[in-house]
Design a protein around this ligand. Structure first.
Ligand code: ADP
Length: 399
């Protein structure tokens, strides 16, 4: 599995799996066995100086393994030619053990809280959503410098979640906020395509990845590191661990809002993600079709289950707008998401038409809010952004 990139053609040194194994043989497990003999390593991907693998352990021993993970990562990073080492600790619970939210997660204990407030807007950082003591959010480490993390989610793929996440991020940027975008859709990262970014993130002095700056956003995607088919092989628990690392091992700087483009669906990986990422809220994207609404309901239920406030539902591809005459046709029986939101007592954030220019601008790496900032679509995304910001600030004020 070789990744051909501009960077790989320039870089002469290539790192082999054997080199990685040799380095790992010098790291000991908590029981003193060489890591390579501890029967915990996943397949190792070592391409283009980037090394990825997971250490799979029993959840009950996860804490003891965290320092081993760090040592393994340091050992791999010390190999000449390694530019990125992403080593996930995945903890799988034995059948009959307590629920995954009960504390023995694979992530390290939360670092001290270190918010820096935004300029020009009321900081959303002070917002603490009401939490029950049992809330999994109370165990999540917040991200230093990032005032609010919000998820953009959908019950199924293909509803325009990524397109909406990016344009919503740009709409929030237009409100004067400092915004980041994390493409956590690890099964099929589309942000490289939607933004036209094909460069690799560099590392700073702390060996954290520096997000790519484009359109005034700080952007990170697993798709910047590996090609799509490589990303597809990541297993559920590894997805979580990799995303946690993308959240924490990236030098996000100071952000008002970090928009996370979630993997589609409401399976275990998504639930764990919603549970472990320090989310201030979630935006659900749905199309008007009934099936999609059923999926959207599942999304709502998932966030409710993990005590993440749903900021609202967006109806994407809400109505067809003719690119020639501008005539609107409600070909999908538009309005379903608005009614559903009302019925469920969840805010309705807006309707985005199915329009050729949204598709072409997205697919050519030049999102509509950036390429047609004065157009009607940009205005819609800004309106949705305003509602999202107000929701976060409203919750902030209430707190
Ligand atoms: P998802 O992230 O839900 O899989 P994408 O954002 O990748 O979906 O969108 C799927 C396809 O639909 C893309 O080709 C995108 O350009 C197109 N698309 C998304 N939203 C719209 C819209 N409102 N109008 C026209 N095309 C859209």
């Amino acid at each position: 599995m070789f990744i051909r990139t501009e960077g790989s053609r320039r870089r002469a040194v290539s790192v082999t799996q054997q080199q990685v194994l040799d380095a790992l043989a010098k790291v000991a497990s908590p029981r003193g066995v060489a890591l390579t003999n501890a029967n915990v390593l996943s397949a190792i991907t070592a391409t283009d100086g980037k090394v990825f693998f997971s250490i799979n352990v029993d959840a009950a021993e996860a804490r003891a393994w965290e320092s081993v993970r760090a040592q393994a990562e340091a050992a791999v990073r010390a190999i000449p030619g390694v530019s990125v080492a992403m080593i996930a600790l995945t903890a799988e619970r034995k059948p009959g053990a307590a629920s995954p939210s009960s504390g023995a997660a694979s992530s390290p204990p939360p670092p001290p809280h270190q918010h820096r407030h935004a300029h020009g807007v009321q900081p959303v950082s002070a917002h603490k959503p009401p939490q029950s003591p049992a809330s999994p959010m109370s165990r999540q480490a917040e991200i230093p410098g990032v005032a609010a993390v919000i998820a953009v989610a959908s019950g199924k793929g293909g509803v325009g979640k990524s397109t909406t996440a990016l344009n919503l991020a740009l709409g929030l940027r237009d409100l004067g906020l400092r915004v980041g975008l994390l493409d956590a859709d690890i099964y099929g990262p589309s942000v490289p395509r939607l933004t036209g970014i094909h460069e690799k993130p560099k590392l700073n002095d702390d060996r954290k990845m520096i997000p790519i700056e484009r359109f005034g956003l700080s952007i990170m995607s697993i798709g910047f590191l590996v090609e799509e088919e490589t990303a597809m092989i990541w297993r559920g628990p590894m997805v979580m661990s990799a995303i946690t690392q993308m959240l924490r091992d990236v030098a996000w700087g100071t952000l008002d809002i970090l928009v996370v483009d979630m993997p589609p669906g409401t399976g275990d990986a998504q639930l764990t993600l919603a549970q472990n990422v320090p989310l201030k809220g979630a935006v659900i994207i749905s199309t008007p079709q009934d099936l999609s609404l059923i999926d959207a309901r599942r999304g709502l239920a998932m966030f409710k289950k993990v005590n993440v406030p749903v900021l609202g539902i967006v109806e994407n591809m809400s109505y067809f707008q003719c690119p020639h005459c501008g005539t609107r046709s409600d070909i999908f029986g538009h309005g379903g998401a608005r009614h559903e939101a009302e019925r469920l007592g969840v805010p309705f954030l807006g309707e985005i038409p199915l329009h050729m220019s949204i598709r072409t601008t997205s697919d050519s790496g030049n999102p509509v809010v950036a390429s047609e900032p004065d157009g009607p679509h940009a205005a819609i995304y800004r309106e949705i952004g305003t509602k999202v910001r107000d929701q976060l600030q409203g919750a902030n004020a209430a707190a």
